[in-house]
Design a binder for this molecule. Structure first.
Ligand SMILES: [Zn+2]
Length: 459
């Protein structure tokens, strides 16, 4: 007799779809099979049973552009739980005067109210070789992936090629992962220098001001540096066809490279910038063309893109108010709660992907790359009992008012969504049921990454 059995559901893994019960003892999966009995039972008839989703890229309470992203770890983690996400990976806030371990301690405090488990990437700002020891200390604190920017000179976040190469050598030695926001700063600056006032006053200029070429060039350069250093590399938010081509080329050259894209690049195009509320869609990289969208879906099918994360960075309409130039907007979109339903709707219901792909893209792959598999990202015996139960029946209209994020708009407002999250379990505990949060603040725990990182080889 187990503590809890999720009965009669359809269990989805990257390799199979099968009718199976999942038994939980304490916080972990104790058995998978048929006819399992528990002191408590959850009837999952008609529901798809997935491992809890890992959103490997979120920004709660991020200080940026003179404001803060509008979700804190409590509201953001509640939104995540309602969307079937059971692990979020946020970032420390890097600064030249702060060591990475100091930033980790601070961010772990910020994250403490979370209702689901969380991990951190260490943001690297103002790095120089004298700070090399910080990586090891960060790893002792459970952080084993480190984020660099090739752009954002103005806010001081850019790391130059020389420093990045030195850092990559250090990370290679430690078996840590380099995570890079790849947009070529030189190209972006040279375009910015030529913009007229009229250009800046049109939201549409954003797409041209941060072109796909900047992504392609930066990915190629960063991948070259990672390959020479022997450092595993992850490219965040790949947005374009030619950016994806650069990932493919690097992989065939022997770089240990993984890539993520985000729902906004799979679902939206720069056409939204022509809307009256186009400024709400400010993001970097910007939204692209239809051909890019389709190339990214194809990249998910071919596994050239490893996983989908959201880059969840919400702002309110007021924070995003238009003051006459796209350069003055905070960049980022909400997404953590809509990740799974949108990918189900646009991926599975349209036939672009198979349900097993979803278990790979949202669960297994991010867990493996972060070195938290199979504790997270799987429902094997011994895995944390992080589960999302998805009801694939029925259609509803997406409305920001129904979501749990601290923001008053959704980029997908009014979209018809196929199915819904019926319930989310985190370590055996129901945290959200039928859109209602039932989790205690602070029940989430930090997750140490890097335990058993898988390095994807050329495929
Ligand atoms: Zn981000």
């Amino acid at each position: 007799m187990y503590d809890l059995v999720i009965r009669n559901g359809t269990l989805v893994s990257p390799l199979a779809v099968e009718s199976a019960d999942v038994a939980v003892d304490g916080e972990r999966v104790a058995a998978v099979g048929s006819g399992l009995r528990g002191r408590r039972e959850f009837d999952a008839s008609g529901l798809l049973v997935f491992p809890g989703v890992i959103d490997a890229h979120v920004h709660m309470a991020l200080p940026v552009a003179g404001t803060r992203s509008s979700d804190d770890f409590l509201s953001g983690s509640r939104a995540a739980a309602c969307g079937g996400v059971t692990t979020i990976v946020d970032f420390t806030v890097g600064a030249p005067e702060r060591t990475i371990p100091q930033a980790i301690e601070q961010r772990l405090e910020d994250a403490a109210p979370s209702v689901i488990d969380y991990a951190l990437h260490g943001e690297v700002v103002g790095w120089h070789a004298g700070r090399a020891g910080e990586f090891r200390d960060a790893m002792d604190l459970g952080v084993s992936s480190f984020k660099f920017y090739t752009t954002y000179t103005a806010s001081g976040r850019r790391t130059g090629p020389r420093e990045m190469t030195a850092a990559f050598r250090e990370l290679a030695r430690l078996g840590a992962l380099a995570v890079v926001h790849a947009e070529d700063d030189g190209l972006i600056q040279s375009i910015a220098a030529r913009l007229t006032d009229e250009d800046r006053s049109r939201m549409r200029t954003l797409a041209a001001a941060r072109p796909d070429l900047a992504e392609q060039v930066a990915i190629s350069q960063v991948a070259g540096a990672a390959r020479r250093a022997g450092c595993p590399l992850h490219i965040v938010h790949v947005s374009s066809h030619i950016g994806l081509d650069a990932v493919r080329a690097a992989r065939s050259d022997g770089t240990s490279i993984s890539a993520e894209t985000c729902p906004q690049y799979l679902l939206l195009t720069s056409a939204v910038y022509d809307r009256d509320d186009g400024h709400l869609f400010s993001a970097a990289p910007p939204l692209r063309a239809d051909g890019d969208r389709e190339a990214l879906w194809a990249g998910l099918r071919s596994q050239d893109i490893d996983y989908v994360a959201t880059d969840h960075c919400p702002f309110t309409r007021e924070q995003k108010a238009w003051h006459g130039s796209f350069l003055d907007l905070p960049y980022g979109l909400p997404g953590v709660e809509t990740l799974f339903p949108l990918l189900y709707t646009e991926g599975i219901a349209t036939g672009r992907l198979h349900v097993t792909d979803l278990a790979r893209i949202l669960c297994e792959r991010p867990a493996r790359r972060l070195g938290i598999y199979p504790r997270k990202g799987a429902l094997d015996v011994g895995s944390d009992a992080d589960v999302v139960l998805y009801d694939p029946n029925g259609t509803s209209k997406l409305a920001a008012a129904d979501l749990h994020s601290h923001t008053d708009f959704s980029p997908y407002e009014g979209k018809a969504i196929v199915g819904r999250v019926a319930a989310t379990l985190s370590r055996g505990e129901v945290v959200c049921e039928k859109g209602r949060i039932v989790a205690t603040p602070g029940r989430g725990r930090p997750v140490r990454t890097g335990g058993n990182r898988e390095t994807p080889k050329s495929r």
